[in-house]
Design a protein around this ligand. Structure first.
Ligand SMILES: Cc1cc2nc3c(=O)[nH]c(=O)nc-3n(C[C@H](O)[C@H](O)[C@H](O)COP(=O)(O)OP(=O)(O)OC[C@H]3O[C@@H](n4cnc5c(N)ncnc54)[C@H](O)[C@@H]3O)c2cc1C
Length: 410
C-alpha cells in the first residue's frame, strides 16, 4: 500500500481547503485511469481491489480513437506503442478445418493501422498502475462491505475490517459490479445478455503460429487461437451461443469448464486439445457476452465508470476504450465542480459516446458468430469478399468524442 498526502505537482498551489477524498472500487482499467486524473485535479484517492495485485491475463485488448488521446495525455502512450501487438493475419476455418478466408485483421475489426493500439491486457494494467501508484493509496485483497450516504459524505465499511468516510465513491468494479448492486439493485435490471458465453485462457503454442489468429466456426460455436508474437503460449478463445445466461456458472470455474466441454464435445480441428488445456488452465476468464445499460450512472455521492456503468461487450472491441474515456471525463467533470454538478456533466458529455459505441454490437463481432448454417454460409461469403477490398477507414464511433481540456478549481 502506498499513500501520498501531498498534492501532485500539477495541482500544487491551485487548491484551497482540505483535499476531497474519493474511494474507487476496482484497480483494472477504469479505476487507475480515474485515479490518475483525480489526483491531478487535487483529490486524495484510495483504490480498493479485491484481488491481491492488479490482474493481468485475459485476451489482448484494443484501444482506439478518442481513448488513444487519453493515454497520450497520461504520458503512457509511447511505452504502450512499444508493447503493441503486430497482428498480421486473421484466418477463418470451417468445421473440418478447411480455410475459408485469410485477411488483414483490420478488415474485420475496423481498426486503423499505425494508429490503433492492441496490447496484452496486463501491459495496460501495469502501465496504468505504475502511473498512479506513488500518488494513490491502494488497498489490495479488500472490498467495500457497506456504503451509507449522508449529507457529509459516504460512510464505508471494508470487508477486511475498519470503516472510513469519503466525499465520493466510484464503482470501477466491472460488469458484475457490486457497487452498482448496492446502489441500484440486481444486475438483471441493467444486464443486456447478447446470447453468447466465452472462455479465454492461455495454452502452449504447439501450432507454430506467430502474429496471427486462426478462427474455427460451426453454427453457434467459435474457437480461436491467437499468437501474439513468437511466444511459446497462445491465447485460446471458445465462444458459443447460449440462449439463457448460465447464472450458476458465472461464479464457479469448475461449472464453466464443464459447460464449455459439453458444448464443444464433438468439435473437430484443434478443439479437443484446447479443451484438454482448459481443464488445467489457471488463467481462465469466463463470462457471458453482455452489455450494461443504465438510465443513470450515479446516485448521490456514488458514481459508476467503465464496464460497471456501460460495458459494451467484447463484440464491439470498445470496452477498454470506453473505460479510459469515461474515467477521463468523470475526473474532468469533477475538476472544478462538486459531485452533483460533476456527475451530471459526466453523464451529459459522455453518454452519446457510450451510446454509439454500444450500438456497434450490431455491426461487428456478432456477425462473426452466426448461429445457423445459412448465416454462417453468408458470413463466409462476406469474408471471402473482404479479402479482396482495401482495409476500411476508422469507424466514426471510435472517435465520436473530442476530449475537452479540464482545469482544476482554484
Ligand atoms: C482478469 C481479467 C481478464 C479479462 N479478460 C477479458 C477478455 O479476455 N476479454 C474481454 O472482452 N474482457 C476482458 N476483461 C474485461 C476488460 O478488462 C474490461 O471490459 C475493460 O477493460 C473495462 O475495464 P474496467 O476497469 O471497467 O473493468 P474490469 O477490467 O472488469 O475491472 C474490474 C476490476 O474490479 C475488481 N473488482 C470486482 N469486484 C470487486 C469488488 N467487489 N471489490 C473490489 N474490486 C472488485 C476486479 O478484480 C477488476 O480488477 C477482463 C477483466 C479482468 C479483470
Amino acid at each position: 500500500m502506498t499513500r501520498t498526502d501531498q498534492p501532485t505537482a500539477t495541482s500544487t498551489g491551485t487548491r484551497t481547503g482540505p483535499r476531497r477524498e474519493v474511494l474507487i472500487s476496482g484497480a483494472s482499467i477504469a479505476g487507475p485511469a480515474l485515479a490518475f486524473w483525480l489526483t491531478r485535479y487535487g483529490y486524495a484517492v484510495t483504490v480498493v481491489e479485491k484481488a491481491g495485485a492488479p490482474r493481468g491475463g485475459g485476451y489482448p485488448i484494443d484501444v482506439r480513437g478518442t481513448a488513444l488521446d487519453v493515454l497520450e495525455r497520461m504520458g503512457v502512450l509511447p511505452q504502450l506503442r512499444d508493447a503493441h501487438i503486430d497482428l498480421r493475419r486473421l484466418t477463418f476455418r470451417d468445421g473440418d478445418g478447411t480455410e475459408v478466408a485469410s485477411l488483414h485483421p483490420h478488415a474485420v475489426t475496423g481498426g486503423v493501422a499505425g494508429r490503433d493500439l492492441e496490447v496484452r491486457r496486463g501491459d495496460l494494467t501495469d502501465a496504468l498502475h505504475t502511473a498512479v501508484r506513488d500518488d494513490v493509496e491502494f488497498l489490495f485483497n479488500d472490498s467495500i462491505d457497506t456504503l451509507d450516504q449522508t449529507v457529509h459524505g459516504v460512510d464505508v465499511t471494508f470487508h477486511g475490517g475498519g470503516s472510513r468516510t469519503f466525499d465520493m465513491v466510484v464503482g470501477a468494479d466491472g460488469t458484475h459490479s457490486r457497487t452498482r448492486e448496492m446502489l441500484f439493485g440486481p444486475e438483471e435490471r441493467f444486464h443486456r445478455y447478447l446470447g453468447y458465453c466465452f472462455a479465454v485462457f492461455t495454452m502452449r503454442n504447439t501450432f507454430g503460429l506467430s502474429h496471427e489468429t486462426v478462427v474455427w466456426n460451426t453454427p453457434g460455436r467459435a474457437a480461436a487461437l491467437y499468437a501474439v508474437g513468437e511466444d511459446d503460449r497462445v491465447h485460446a478463445f471458445l465462444n458459443f451461443a447460449q440462449p439463457e445466461p448460465p447464472m450458476d456458472a458465472f461464479r464457479d470455474p469448475e461449472a464453466q469448464r464443464d459447460l464449455v466441454a459439453r458444448v464443444f464435445a464433438d468439435a473437430g480441428w484443434e478443439v479437443p486439445g484446447m479443451l484438454a488445456a482448459l481443464r488445467d488452465a489457471d488463467d481462465l476468464f469466463f463470462d457471458g457476452v453482455s452489455q450494461i445499460r443504465m438510465p443513470r450512472w450515479s446516485r448521490g455521492r456514488v458514481a459508476l465508470v467503465g464496464d460497471a456503468a456501460y460495458a459494451p461487450s467484447f463484440l464491439t472491441g470498445q470496452g477498454t476504450s470506453l473505460a479510459l474515456v469515461g474515467a477521463y471525463m468523470l475526473a474532468g467533470c469533477l475538476a472544478d465542480r462538486d459531485h452533483i454538478a460533476g456527475f451530471a456533466a459526466y453523464e451529459r458529455d459522455t453518454r452519446e459516446f457510450v451510446r454509439v459505441n454500444q450500438e456497434l454490437v450490431g455491426q461487428g463481432g456478432a456477425t462473426l458468430f452466426p448461429t445457423t448454417a445459412r448465416d454462417l454460409e453468408r458470413r463466409d461469403d462476406r469474408l471471402r469478399g473482404l479479402s479482396a477490398i482495401p482495409v476500411p477507414e476508422e469507424r466514426p464511433a471510435h472517435s465520436a468524442l473530442a476530449l475537452p481540456t479540464f482545469t482544476p478549481r482554484t
